[in-house]
Design a binder for this molecule. Structure first.
Ligand code: PLP
Length: 401
């Protein structure tokens, strides 16, 4: 088999960041890769594949209905499109111009996130309520008027804010759906159950994070009537109405416009099938990947625990539900920014978590580590702390620098 990356002159890297899009996501299992290969080999009707795979995924994760997207960000966009325009062909065709009165998406200020772009890009106007430290129920209630199309809620934000139950109760009374951005927070599936029990109408989940599916896959799940309205916004319906037949899976034959706003977010059959197989694998043995990750972290610790130039601490990444390691570099007198740059330039090329780099701590997330990576990372770090730029850039091809 050819090594396509070597062929292109691109250096691969040890991914100690986790499921980061800028690094192409996590390595895929052989099982997922094989399913994607098999899926790519034949043509099918995508609407039928979506219906069949969506039903299976919904059953596996415990949601009323599900639809496969090209990521959680696309799931946020498609959910917003449904809340702004429903299934009405004229309204679907008009987005991002909103034809109905309801075009506002209400969000607690503390829940803002760069991914809000996925919501505003389809035509919604964001309305912030509350303050960074607290939000009150009446601040939500007074925005739930006939201009409100949706409430967006995010898990795991610190502060005295409205929980999913409080938000859903107020929103339901006003007839406004609640979308949860659980991209990083599901799995575990118990969290999805809690969100749905708490009254969430729609939940966006990343397929390439904890599920370890293809990195350009995601799930929008929740209320069946809302999920049924996703396809008209998403699928390529450049068909001939005289000959286009009902789906053989569900018999569905929705009245559709041509291309909705989601057409640029198309998802391939390889992604749909790859994600389905990844979700099956997760449900079969949800701890399998963690076992391997824990081993890599243990190997790394064994080498660095004896090094007095850094302090190694166990920590936990609560969103992704995974143990991580923090390496405090302050005893070495080296700045984390410098070490991060050298790890990238050197060989093996290594990327680490930088959330705490401002206080000279680097983070090791095991999700993207391959066998042997933990020890390789520890050895390279020790080498850098010895003061050398080490075996770095000199012995490897540099591309585009
Ligand atoms: C990662 C993430 C997303 C986007 O997920 P993709 O599957 O990469 O599209 C959206 N929201 C939050 C909070 C995320 O962390």
């Amino acid at each position: 088999m050819i090594d396509i990356y070597a062929d292109l002159g691109i250096r691969t890297l040890i991914n100690a960041v986790g499921p980061a899009t800028r690094l192409g996501g996590l390595p895929l299992s052989d099982e997922v890769v094989e399913a994607m290969r098999a899926a790519g080999n034949r043509s099918v009707r995508i609407d039928e594949l979506q219906e069949a795979a969506g039903a299976q995924i919904a059953a596996l994760i415990g949601a009323p209905a599900a639809y496969v997207t090209c990521g959680a960000a696309a799931a946020l966009s498609l959910a917003t499109a449904v809340c702004l325009a429903g299934e009405r062909p004229a309204a679907v065709d008009a987005l991002p111009t909103v034809t109905g009165a309801r075009r506002r998406v209400v969000i607690q200020r503390a829940h803002r996130d760069p991914y809000d772009h996925a919501v505003t890009s389809v035509g919604a106007e964001l309305v912030e309520i509350g303050y960074p430290g607290s939000t009150r129920p009446d601040e939500l209630a007074r925005e739930l008027d006939d201009r409100a199309a949706m409430v967006l809620w995010r898990p795991g934000r610190g502060g005295d804010h409205l929980d999913i139950g409080e938000v859903s109760a107020l929103a339901r009374a006003a007839g406004v759906p609640v979308l949860v951005d659980a991209a990083m927070d599901v799995p575990p599936l118990s969290r999805l159950a809690a969100l749905l029990d708490g009254g969430a109408d729609l939940v966006a989940i990343s397929g390439g994070k904890a599920f370890r599916g293809p990195h350009t896959a995601g799930i929008l799940c929740g209320r069946s009537d809302l999920i049924a309205a996703v396809a008209p916004h998403h699928q390529d319906m450049d068909i001939r109405p005289r000959t286009w037949q009902r789906s053989e899976v569900t018999g569905a034959d929705p009245v559709r416009g041509r291309h909705g706003i989601g057409r640029g977010m198309k998802v391939g059959r390889e992604q749909i099938v790859g994600l389905l197989v990844a979700v099956r694998a997760f449900v079969r043995d949800s701890d399998a990947h963690h076992r391997h990750g824990r081993q890599e972290l243990a190997d790394l610790r064994a080498l660095l625990d004896v090094d007095d130039r850094c302090v190694v601490r166990d920590a936990y990444e609560h969103h992704l539900d995974v143990p991580v390691i923090e390496i405090d570099l302050s005893p070495s007198g080296r700045r984390a920014d410098e070490i991060v740059r050298e790890l990238d330039r050197g060989s093996p090329r290594i990327h680490v978590g930088e959330d705490l780099a401002w206080r000279d701590v680097i983070t090791i997330n095991p999700m993207g580590l391959r066998p042997g990576d933990g020890a390789a990372l520890a050895r390279r770090l020790a080498e850098l702390l010895d003061g050398g730029a080490g075996t770095g850039a000199a012995d490897t091809t540099e591309v585009g620098r």
